[in-house]
Design a protein around this ligand. Structure first.
Ligand code: NAP
Length: 263
């Protein structure tokens, strides 16, 4: 009997990651999903309703041990799809943030993500097949005053994704960067950004964002910016001076009470 294909999705307990996992489940993949809190178990039971095998891991992917736990749950099974999606933001001015919180953003979004991709990507390259989706962001095009570290991590991922794709061009492994704009998930509450213009504006539906990412991954595209407004915003960002972008972003991400915006 042919082995079912396996998809590994990080940050699958809610938001874009959950929707990505559901699309994989509906497409007949077995799943290994991971997140940091116990809600990942509820997500696993919901995804099992699609008749697929779902293994779940509750682990902090900012930590090397957390990534190792996920790798242990995957075991020797070949990974057909890796969706490196787990990530979180951090609102407020950089100098007002606790440095351990700053490090957790970098360790989750960059270090843990790259460690996982390094380990699974090596196996995919050896096998000569695999698909990797990295959740970057259009935030990577914009210096994010009052989200400075987060936006910088997404700039890192956006850039890294294209570079890795080029390195793997002849290998049978594709790399796709999903670049959403503001999306209606738990992201803004978790990042303490509800008290900001960007926290309160109308946002994209995570189902639409995930579908665009899933389709781009399956086509083997290099990237997808979801929605025409985000496409326009990223095109404008590419020709706008960085200092101006940062000042404009400050108006969107500065807390409406307490802290001064950088205008
Ligand atoms: N929402 C947006 O506007 C937006 C826009 C562009 C890009 N993105 C990116 O999209 C991705 C998904 O975010 P979302 O919007 O869907 O937000 P979300 O609903 O908060 O989901 C984030 C997921 O990542 C997991 N996660 C965060 N830190 C983790 C850690 N250290 N270890 C393990 N799991 C961790 C969360 O699990 P726990 O709750 O268990 O920690 C959750 O499952 C992120 O990379 C985010 O940067 C979001």
């Amino acid at each position: 009997m042919a082995q079912r294909q396996l998809a590994v999705i990080t940050g699958a307990s809610s938001g874009i990651g959950y929707e990505l996992a559901e699309l994989c489940a509906k497409d007949g993949f077995d799943l290994v999903i991971a997140a940091d809190e116990s809600e990942i178990e509820d997500a696993a039971h919901a995804l099992e309703q699609h008749g697929t095998r779902v293994d779940w891991v509750e682990c902090d992917l900012a930590m090397e041990e957390g990534v190792e736990e996920l790798l242990e749950a995957i075991g020797r099974r070949p990974v057909d799809v890796l969706m490196a999606n787990a990530g979180h933001g951090l609102g407020h001015a950089f100098l007002d943030q606790a440095f351990e919180d700053v490090l957790h953003v970098i360790d989750t979004n960059v270090t843990g993500t790259l460690f996982l991709i390094h380990r699974i990507g090596t196996r995919m390259r050896k096998r000569g097949s695999g698909r990797i989706l990295i959740t970057g962001s259009i935030a990577g095009f914009i210096p994010g005053a009052y989200q400075a570290v987060y936006n910088a991590t997404k700039a890192f991922l956006d850039s890294f994704s294209f570079a890795l794709r080029a390195e793997l061009a002849e290998s049978g492994v594709t790399v796709t960067c999903l670049m959403p704009g503001a999306t209606e998930t738990e992201f803004f509450e978790r990042s303490d950004l509800l008290d900001t213009a960007v926290g309160q504006e109308k946002k994209d539906d995570p189902k639409d964002v995930a579908k665009a990412g899933f389709d781009a991954l399956m086509r083997g595209d290099g990237d997808v910016v979801t929605g025409w407004q985000n496409k326009l915003q990223s095109a404008i960002a590419s020709v706008t001076p960085a200092g101006l972008l940062a000042r404009q972003y400050a108006k969107k991400a500065a807390p409406s009470s307490g802290e001064e915006s950088a205008e």
